[in-house]
Design a protein around this ligand. Sequence first.
Ligand code: SAH
Length: 229
Amino acid sequence: MHFNILTVFPEMFPGTLGAGVVGRALADGIWSYDVINIRDFAINDYGSVDDTQFGGGSGMVMRPDVLGAAIDSIKNPGQIIYFSPRGPRFNQKMVREFTRAPENRVFTLLCGRYEGIDQRVIDEYNIMELSIGDYILSGGEIAAQVFIDSTVRVLDNVLGGGAESTTNESFEIGGLEWPLYTRPSAWRGRDVPEVLLSGHHGNIERWRKQQSDEITRQRRPDLIKENKK
Ligand code: SAH
């Protein structure tokens, strides 16, 4: 997979994506990225990429002429995504859809700043908007890193432990994950549930399923409704 990242803060990349399993996958060439500095397409020597809003109101808006030139500089933009609180909320199901045929997937990720971007850019390039949650960030860079991290980690050969380590997780199993335990088996008077030490795979699986169902019912009943659809 390849990501073209449009930002006014190129120094933010690879950022968190340079560490851990995703960082290793970057070094291994499983994914790659180019950062395009939007300021290189500024309208003047001061590096202006934004302007005041038509119709009044506080806050600046990123200019369409600047963003258009930045997008047009990309040879193969692939699918263009603008991170925005107005988009559909990103989830694991979308991660799976975005990573179908990863060898052919190229994304251009547009990181907004200020109040956001001129609507005409979204219309002109038929850009998909995507939100990472119901809160306002000061820029789209963190959202872009969320997008890249979550998509790259499900690609083959990124996580150790094979396909199971990505399919056995919250959301993938139709709910939330069961509680996890490791050594030591006794800690501060708290014991690991007996069944997990039993070596009885059938019972362990049943216990995990029951725990997962219970936690999902308590914390995220919306996920259960979603599965029934
Ligand atoms: N005025 C906008 C918010 C602008 S926040 C509004 O009311 O909808 C500045 C930039 O941060 C946005 O252009 C967007 O790229 C990014 N951003 C903020 N919150 C986000 C979220 N929840 N998901 C994805 N991107 C977000």
